[in-house]
Unconditional design. Structure first.
Lengths: 55, 230, 248
């Protein structure tokens, strides 16, 4: 396995791979977090309105 | 068209053009300030960097071009905001003349009052940067096309942001990416001339860029003005 | 097909179609990306000129492709939104912008990392392709800045759509920059006359990466567009019914 890390220019190849993976992970987490935050926010508003209606 | 009623396209253009020019003449300080800014900053550069003759001739075209663009961007706010502030913009949008034509008239008036003084001042800056007379002529030619293109593209940026207060930085942010090709070709053309190669291709590119901007900028600005004033 | 497209223009149908499509795109994209990366990093033969450094291609080319594709998608959506006034297209543009910006940044970053061993420099200012890709990043950021500063939603939609259309001229400039001007960046390898000029053992992981990243981008785009559609439609009856039924 070590021979894979000993390829030429390993630093460059693996740092660009790392950059790619981190951007992918950041984008995914951000997108799903944005969606659930929006959902939560709207649900709260709806519950708020319903409880206002009931009182 | 009925000539006696004076509703031809040319008369509409002329009326708008004359009105804007008179407004700029009545408020000279609005346009002098960016000009003085341009002169002062370009004159301040040699103090900050190593001002040997070779260095100045190398960096001169780039600095002059960048500062010309930046100070020109400062004048863009007067293109629509003054009219938007006192309500004239609504009348301009509602007028029976086609709005792109009136926008073009405003752009031309803005260029004559902001761009031409910049071009006239530039030889003095060129001398500060140790440019030869023929290089200064090339610089004037590139600035001629560059300022006109900047008026055109800048009007799009200004029209997109009329409903925002303090939109100077935003206009610059929107306009600069589209202006970068002109900046590259303008500054490089002067640099290439100093190095002795032919410059006519650079001037061709810049005039083509101006024509291209001329073809869509009035229409885009008119559309943005109509949307922005709802 | 036209019925499907008509349906997609309705926020409610779009929401349910997107919800069902997201897992498919996500999983297939991930599988293709993993397969492409493993094959490309470990099993593709080293390049005769560049050695093992060429493997950055498996990360750089998909990012650059997505950066241009996302902007073209945004330009097309802006066109649809302005001409046919299909409101959901604005939500698509809003969803695509941050993703496109991230991938443009990634393309610039990986390209710069690749350039260091190959061209000897992290960046080259005179290069047309590097400059136009940087311009693309500025166009994305300018779009997001304009949206953020306009409070009225309808105005923000239309004005930023105009901005996207004006910047769309950059796409052919980026693509043809290596043909029109002398550039450090190499010419087109895949989309040129005579077929791809790359060995098939190297080509297949690359295609897998491109398609996988595109599918993945599609899934994230659907997620973000869902959120944006929900934001715009939160007062409508279908949204209220769906949300009080507690679904994701």
């Amino acid at each position: 396995m070590m021979e894979f890390f000993a390829m030429d220019y390993a630093f460059y190849v693996y740092s660009s791979l790392l950059a790619f993976l981190s951007v992918i992970i950041i984008c995914t987490k951000d997108a799903f977090r944005h969606l659930s935050k929006t959902l939560g926010h709207i649900k709260n508003t709806i519950h708020q309105m319903e409880s206002d209606n009931e009182t | 068209m009925n000539k006696s009623n004076n509703t031809s396209l040319l008369s509409g253009f002329n009326a708008m053009f004359r009105r804007d020019c008179l407004q700029y003449i009545k408020n000279p300080s609005q346009l002098l300030n960016p000009l003085i800014f341009f002169v002062m900053i370009t004159a301040a550069f040699p103090f900050a960097v190593d001002s040997s003759k070779l260095q100045l001739t190398q960096i001169g075209p780039g600095i002059i071009w960048i500062m010309a663009i930046l100070s020109y961007l400062l004048t863009l706010q007067h293109l629509y905001l003054d009219d938007a502030d006192d309500g004239c913009l609504d009348y301009i949008i509602l007028s029976p003349q086609p709005l792109p034509l009136l926008v073009l008239a405003k752009i031309c008036a803005h260029w004559i009052s902001s761009g031409l003084p910049l071009i006239i001042i530039s030889p003095i800056i060129g001398i500060i940067y140790q440019m030869q007379v023929d290089t200064i002529l090339v610089m004037i030619a590139t600035l001629f096309f560059g300022t006109f293109a900047l008026s055109l593209i800048g009007s799009i940026g200004a029209s997109l942001t009329i409903s925002i207060n303090n939109s100077n930085i935003l206009v610059s942010l929107l306009v600069l990416p589209i202006m970068i090709p002109i900046l590259i070709f303008g500054a490089r053309t002067i640099g290439l001339y100093q190095a002795g190669t032919t410059t006519i291709s650079g001037l061709y590119f810049m005039s083509a860029y101006c024509m291209f901007a001329l073809s869509f900028s009035p229409f885009a600005s008119a559309a943005a003005l109509k949307i922005g004033s709802e | 097909m036209w019925t499907f497209l008509h349906k997609m223009a309705s926020p409610r149908y779009f929401y349910s179609i997107a919800t069902s499509l997201i897992p498919w795109f996500l999983v297939s994209g991930l599988i293709l990306m993993v397969a492409g990366l493993i094959n490309g990093l470990f099993y593709a033969p080293p390049d005769y000129q560049q050695g093992d450094a060429f493997r950055i291609i498996y990360v750089h080319v998909p990012s650059a492709y997505i950066s241009m594709m996302a902007y073209s998608l945004m330009a097309f959506a802006a066109f649809v939104a302005l001409i046919w006034r299909i409101k959901i297209a604005h939500a698509v543009i809003v969803g695509a912008a941050p993703l496109g910006a991230w991938f443009t940044f990634l393309a610039l970053l990986t390209g710069s990392i690749w350039g260091r061993p190959m061209w000897g420099t992290w960046w080259e200012w005179g290069d047309p392709r590097l400059t136009s890709e940087l311009l693309m990043l500025f166009l994305y950021l300018g779009y997001m800045a304009l949206r953020a500063s306009l409070p009225n939603l309808a105005q923000a939609d239309k004005l930023s759509a105009i901005l996207i259309l004006i910047g769309a001229i950059n796409i052919p400039i980026i693509h043809f920059s290596v043909e029109w001007w002398t550039s450090l960046h190499q010419g087109p390898t895949l989309l040129k006359a005579g077929g791809p000029a790359i060995d098939s053992l190297m080509l297949y992981p690359l295609l897998a990466m491109i398609i996988g990243t595109t599918l993945y981008f599609g899934s994230l785009l659907l997620v973000r567009t869902k959120a944006e559609v929900l934001n715009r439609e939160k007062n409508s009856r279908w949204a209220k019914k769906m949300l009080s039924g507690d679904q994701l």
